[in-house]
Design a protein around this ligand. Sequence first.
Ligand code: CA
Length: 407
Amino acid sequence: MDPLDIILHKNKIVPLYQPIISCDEHTVVGYEVLGHVETEQGFISLGSFFRDMSVPAEYKWEVDEWIHDQALSYYLSEEKEPFLFLNVDANVLDELNAHETFLTKLQRYENQGFPMNKLVLEFREHDFNGDIESLSHLMKFFATNGIQVAVDDLGKFGSDLDRLSKLEPNMMKVDLQGIGNHESAYDYQNVLEALAIFSRKIGATLLFKGIEDLHHLHIAWGHGGRFIEGGYLLKPDMGWTDTVAVKSELDDKVRSFILRENGRLQEQIAFVLDLDQHLAQLAMKSLVKCKTDDERVKAIAEELNEMAFRVYMCERFGYQLTSNWIKHGSTGWEEEQSARGKNWSWRSYFLENVAQMEGRQVGILSDVYRDIHTNELIRTYSYPLSHNRFVFLDIDPAFLYERDWLL
Ligand code: CA
């Protein structure tokens, strides 16, 4: 639609309410306000109008104010007090220097009973024209006035973690729309995993939007999503909805996720306990006969021939005491000396895992990661032998792929 047409038919513009569901209750706890224009063909989203850089800021602001007023008046007419998510355009606020006016307007509604602590303002960071400091100032202006601020549209456009932490958002919205179930989706899940850890570190809540199927729901649930929204759950509507509209359905789905995940974890725990026992017996019987650490590592490698493809031994300060013993299909295990004497204490989780092995006298299974040399997905199992010796077994990718509960 032509931007001028939109301005001329402002009375046809209405807010639709996209329900936002909390993952700790499975109930609707808020609504994102989405501007739509009513036409003979139905409601048309104003998304492209707001994202069009050629539309003057004055037009956008006029439409924004109109939508905000309708949504805030509607809020005051209802009894419940859900979270209200309003999209604001930082470029527009910045260009028109409208943040004071906007705050004054919000405070006017607050005086009429609108709970300001239920308001969340959504800012897009990736298409902001100014520098990150001015966006940060803008967001902090609202935050210091008791309004929650969210960074919208993470994920799709890539996100610079350093920029994000400068913004100190209360919430980060990650878009899952269009994320499929293929190989690149696996890499995308690593990004989400990092985002989940990062959001926890900076104290921001994660909201996953664009949930369009069960797979998206599973991703959101598995990556620290406190809030979720999307057509698979509830579609935007002209008013608010029943707060328990999807509760029982969500309860069931999450229960099935938990059953599957718990089953997977139990299999992994049994796998580690079994390996621990195997190595404890091996240490008592055959390893005592070996004269050197390399002989011990080779004996372990041969014993666990199917499972491992690379085996070596370190001491508690991280120094590698042996060669790498590497599996070669036909010729058995071969020695590669180059890694001997290297120090691995700098590696993520190394010290923590050694402490766990020492303290609990148990083996440890690492997370799934890509091997730097082969680029294949692997996991490492490590086990404490006596005399400050820790053996590390990199698990053969073929072994992993045959057991999907390990991946
Ligand atoms: Ca939004």
